[in-house]
Design a protein around this ligand. Structure first.
Ligand code: GLC
Length: 574
């Protein structure tokens, strides 16, 4: 394995360094600079493909591939992230590696986690194509013996970070084939672009054959549609491309078509008055009735991120060009809407508290006619002086003030959040540590629905009782998202604290799916053990902290040139 390390200087030239710099050697305040430093292992290959495309160029019709440098000839931050460094072959943080490269003592849990992750591999005709949701034989399987698209994402990232991209490629191609299936629930046909929530390999021991079986919602409990699957698929395709430097997969006509089909579903025009995506309950990680119908933050953030990734991956050929233009317009409207109306901090809260209602016409301040009396009691104490977050949902006379982890982390990673908003989200996590992290990272949402509200909103769901499962439960998988968000905002110490908490329990408790209780102290009532994404989420968090340049796979820097969106002078130099 090569130990040569490189550094990209401000003017974009690449220079080699004697030995890799460890995160431990870097002061916290300098941490964000690590992002400017490429990873250690190193067949450097600049991927000048679509990663360099800027949204503003597209919206003002300039040709792609020119936004590589800023006007002062320095690299944009995004480009630092977008330098592609192919991992040298061999495992890095795997169980064969007792000590990591940069001198961190590898935690003993890492080896166990890799073993458990490998045990969860699912093979189809001899090839690994995914990981099973949970390897827990003590509970009824239900659908936990399937490969879930969303659950596979942290597994995929772990394999990519470990220099094992094949399984990710297999997964992307297999799910793409599943997308082309005819999908029907009773007599109703789903959109062509819908990606499955999960799939399974069926073995026929008599004929000695294997076939795939997919679930697009027609078997799922509550018949919920996985709106997030397509978005995760696009995000993963970009992570694969970014990590391997191999753009040939994304460029395949089948992948291009798959992306266009997903995009057609969510860019279609209709009766919408908002650029956000209207969804039914249970359409994402929270796949049961939890009152997230409408415009849930998780989907809006994933939508934004998937659109940005698609922009980087779509070819500008006859079919792709139209999509690229539609995406650029939608991103522009979506970021404005989200940053303006979903954002809540002390000032905004105070403004809502004092809102007038029943305002008519375009001059209305309280555009969605939110009634101040609908502000829940808890929000006044929860909101810190410094800090803020994207609330759960915004619709007509409806603001769901709950804090949702996944949506807020993805908002940071995709740069849907401005740098100031990203900092504020981290400030909130720090100042509301007990509520959001407690003894086990991390609450899926806060606070829990209780009593009458629980009855009405969840439909008396016994799995979603207060502080359990989706209703304020603590999900270890969210650790990777928190870690990525921490690194992106230059606050790795927060991630370190959270990982240390997880390390006191996760292995000992058998990698539970979720924890219950206000502080997340109890293994979840119906939590599966050996839940793969709890295992993979931990590994990804560890690897990212160890080598922050992995962040580039899952993060996009703000497209500064879109703020404000104005015409560039013709003398603009790149
Ligand atoms: C639960 C989770 C869902 C996950 C599935 C498999 O239903 O809510 O997000 O994909 O389990 O782990």
């Amino acid at each position: 394995m090569s130990t040569l390390s490189v550094d990209v200087t401000q003017n974009g030239s690449v220079k080699s360094m004697e030995s890799p710099c460890t995160a431990a050697e870097i002061e916290e305040r300098d941490f964000s600079r690590l992002l400017e430093r490429p990873p250690r292992p190193l067949n450097i290959e600049r991927q000048r493909s679509c990663d360099e495309r800027s949204l503003s160029e597209l919206s003002i019709g300039l040709s792609p591939h020119h936004s590589f440098r800023n006007a002062d000839n320095s690299f944009r931050f995004m480009d630092h992230l977008d330098v592609v460094f192919t991992l040298s072959p061999g495992r890095r943080s795997g169980f064969n590696t007792p000590r990591s490269q940069n001198g961190f003592e590898t935690h003993p849990m890492v080896a166990d986690a890799w073993e458990a992750l490998r045990r969860s591999l699912v093979y189809f005709r001899g090839q690994p194509v995914g990981t099973i949701a949970a390897l827990d034989s003590s509970e009824e399987n239900l659908n936990y013996d399937q490969v879930f698209v969303r659950d596979f994402v942290p597994s995929a990232l772990a394999f990519l970070m470990n220099g094992e991209p094949e399984i990710v490629k297999n997964f992307i191609l297999k799910t793409l084939r599943l997308q082309s299936w005819e999908k029907k629930i009773d007599r109703f046909q789903l959109g062509e672009g819908v990606m499955p929530a999960s799939f399974k390999v069926l073995h026929d021991p008599i004929r000695n054959t294997e076939t795939l079986m997919a679930d697009f919602g027609e078997s799922a409990i509550g018949r919920v549609a996985p709106v997030d699957s397509g978005f995760w698929w696009i995000i993963l395709l970009r992570a694969y491309t970014r990590s391997t430097g191999d753009s040939s997969l994304a460029e395949m006509p089948e992948c291009q078509k798959g992306m266009r089909l997903i995009l057609s579903l969510c860019l279609s025009e209709g009766f919408d008055t908002f650029p956000t995506l209207l969804c039914a309950d249970g359409c994402s990680m929270i796949d049961r009735r939890m009152g997230v119908y409408g415009y849930p933050i998780e989907i809006q953030a994933l939508f934004f991120m998937a659109l940005r990734c698609a922009l980087l991956l779509l070819k500008q050929d006859a079919e792709g060009k139209e999509f690229v233009e539609r995406i650029a317009k939608r991103l522009h409207a979506l970021s404005y809407h989200m940053r303006s109306y979903f954002w809540l901090d002390l000032k905004q809260l105070n403004d809502i508290y004092r809102y007038k209602t029943e305002e008519y016409s375009h001059t209305a301040v309280n555009k969605f006619n939110v009634i101040p009396d609908s502000l829940p009691e808890w929000i006044f104490d929860f909101m810190p002086t410094h800090g803020g977050y994207f609330i759960g949902n915004v619709g007509p006379s409806n603001m769901d003030f709950r804090w949702f982890c996944l949506g807020n982390c993805i908002a940071i990673l995709s740069s849907l959040a401005t740098p100031e908003q990203s900092t504020a989200i981290m400030d909130l996590i720090e100042s509301r540590w007990e509520e959001l992290v407690g003894e086990m990272p991390l609450k899926v949402c806060y606070p829990a629905l209780e009593s009458h509200e629980w009855q009405i909103i969840t439909g008396c769901d016994p799995k979603n009782t207060r502080w359990s499962y989706h209703n304020g439960g603590s999900w270890p998988v969210l650790l990777w998202l928190l870690t990525a968000a921490c690194i992106k905002t230059g606050r790795p110490q927060i991630a370190r604290r959270a990982i240390e908490l997880a390390e006191t329990r996760l292995l000992k408790d058998g990698w539970p799916e979720y924890y219950d209780g206000r502080l997340g102290r109890y293994i979840g009532k119906q939590a599966r053990k050996f839940q793969t994404w709890s295992i993979a989420g931990y590994l990804v968090a560890k690897m990212m902290l160890e080598d922050p340049s992995h962040l580039g796979m899952v993060a996009l820097e703000e497209d500064k040139q879109t703020k404000p969106l104005m015409k560039r002078s013709s003398s603009w130099t790149f």
